[in-house]
Design a protein around this ligand. Structure first.
Ligand code: MV4
Length: 453
């Protein structure tokens, strides 16, 4: 039985995990960097151990120190949250070999899905649609150009070790392709120590729709519906919602089944996400799987009423999922806005500093997942997300109205945030109409005066 969990993360997700543990009667150990001494997760955990300096590479990425802390405090399991070591197969393996449960998938599943070319091939064999492209990594520029011509431009070049939009290049003809191929490969080598790239037909203005997967260690794999994450800027998601305003029940059913097959193909266990691109005609294509709990998981929790973090812990403990696909009811609409310490009027430059006054909205259908408070100083060393506002209602219209109402109540003084930007998006006819694709933010920003934010 899991009695104590080390939380190998910081910020709002560390707090989210502590809350689930409290309700389950599980003790918590926080690890923290020197920059996070005044963080809420450190204060709210049962125990806390400082693991190093402010830089992530000196603390939250130090597997050796985290495992040492786990052994000193005698924990049974480690929850990695998202980012940092959450998708590191070697870390998952180290945990297991030290007899500490890694709250996530087996290292082999992380490895399969971590190589984006292997991931595609694995799910393709299971009958999941993928984008037309090279069979695995391309060996040379000459071979790559041949394949590109066969597929037809535009072409997207992606790093095998990439994901989340990092290391992607687009080419519209042979000339730009030759250049972008080398740029992509060199960038991938620098960023991931692996220069291998693969190519795909470039889908123009797709929707980004992902399915939440939950699987136990007894072979049961379920999906908890989708999240539409099309509203993003430079691969940073800003808004996520469920259900997607684009899907009908037929397409939703097909994609849900495909998502389950994709997870089964990797013998997946625990919580994960299958990402699809969906074109204007409703064709959908698997692009990658995220083998971790995601930032936007509360959207699914609000729609289904299922606590994903508790389920992760139960599954890691070897317990069976005690419900079936047909038991999952999708009765609400939920929208999440990521509140970042950034200045949207100044090209989203980070705005770290001290929050002089903080007042969070509340009321029916309003949830805030945040680690900040009045007087809290946002350290400059980590990502700029200071919280998430998740509003739900019985209809999309109500969820939208509630989100706008909650944003209007939100007070964050002393720093710039994305709150005014979200208010403008909630009032935008294109978003209200449910017409947003991945091209939405660029268009919205080009036709919206910055003084609105
Ligand atoms: C694509 C694509 C179009 N065609 N692949 C971005 C995140 C990563 N998970 C995969 N991504 C994409 N892959 C093909 N074959 C479009 C995206 C994409 C995107 C690309 C450029 C600029 C913004 C984007 C936003 C979302 C998705």
């Amino acid at each position: 039985m899991i009695q104590k969990i080390l939380i190998a993360n910081r910020g709002e997700i560390a707090l989210r995990i502590i809350r689930a543990c409290r309700e389950l009667g599980i003790k918590t150990l926080a690890v923290y960097s020197e920059a996070d001494v005044q963080s809420l997760h450190v204060q709210l955990a049962d125990e806390a151990i400082c693991i190093g300096g402010p830089k992530s590479s000196d603390s939250y990425l130090r597997a050796d120190r985290i495992i040492s802390a786990a052994e000193i405090a005698d924990v049974d399991a480690i929850h990695p949250g998202y980012g940092f070591l959450s998708e590191n197969a070697k870390f998952a393996e180290q945990c297991e070999s030290c007899n500490i449960k890694f709250i996530g998938p087996k290292s082999n599943s992380i490895r399969i899905m971590g190589d984006k070319a292997v991931a595609k091939e694995t799910v393709r064999k299971a009958g999941v649609p993928i984008v037309l492209g090279s069979d695995g990594p391309v060996a040379s520029e000459v071979e790559a150009v041949k394949i590109a011509r066969k597929i037809g431009y535009p072409i997207i070049i992606k790093a095998v070790a990439g994901g989340g939009g990092r290391g992607m290049r687009i080419a519209h003809n042979d000339v730009s392709f030759a250049k972008e191929y080398h740029v992509a490969s060199n960038e991938a080598e620098k960023a991931f120590g692996n220069g291998a790239v693969y190519i795909e037909k470039y889908i123009e203005k797709p929707r980004h729709i992902e399915f939440q997967i939950l699987a136990d260690s007894h072979g049961k794999v379920l999906h908890l519906g989708e999240r539409d994450c099309s509203v993003q800027r430079r691969h940073q998601k800003l808004i996520e919602e469920s259900p997607s305003p684009f899907l009908n029940s037929d397409l939703r059913k097909k994609m849900g089944k495909a998502a389950v097959r994709a997870a089964e193909a990797a013998e997946y266990e625990n919580a994960g996400t299958i990402e699809f691109l969906v074109d204007a005609k409703g064709n959908f294509y698997f692009i990658e799987m995220n083998t971790r709990i995601q930032v936007e998981h509360p959207v699914t929790e609000e729609v289904t009423g299922i606590d994903l973090i508790k389920q992760q812990i139960r599954v890691a403990n070897g317990e069976k999922l005690d419900f079936d696909q047909g038991d999952i009811k999708f009765e609400r609409h939920a929208i999440e806005c990521r509140i970042n310490a950034e200045d949207p009027a100044r090209n989203f430059t980070p705005s770290p500093g001290t929050i002089s006054l903080y007042y969070a909205p509340g009321g029916l259908g309003v949830r805030i997942d945040s680690h900040v408070y009045s007087g809290y100083t946002i350290p400059p060393h980590y990502d700029s997300m200071i919280g998430k506002l998740i509003c739900h209602g019985t209809t999309r219209k109500l969820a939208l109205q509630r989100t706008y109402r909650a944003l209007s109540e939100y007070i964050v003084r002393g720093i710039k945030t994305t709150i005014p930007l979200h208010k403008a998006i909630m009032s935008d006819p294109v978003f209200i109409d449910g017409k947003a694709t991945t091209a939405y933010m660029e268009d919205f920003l080009s036709r919206t005066p910055v003084d609105l934010f």
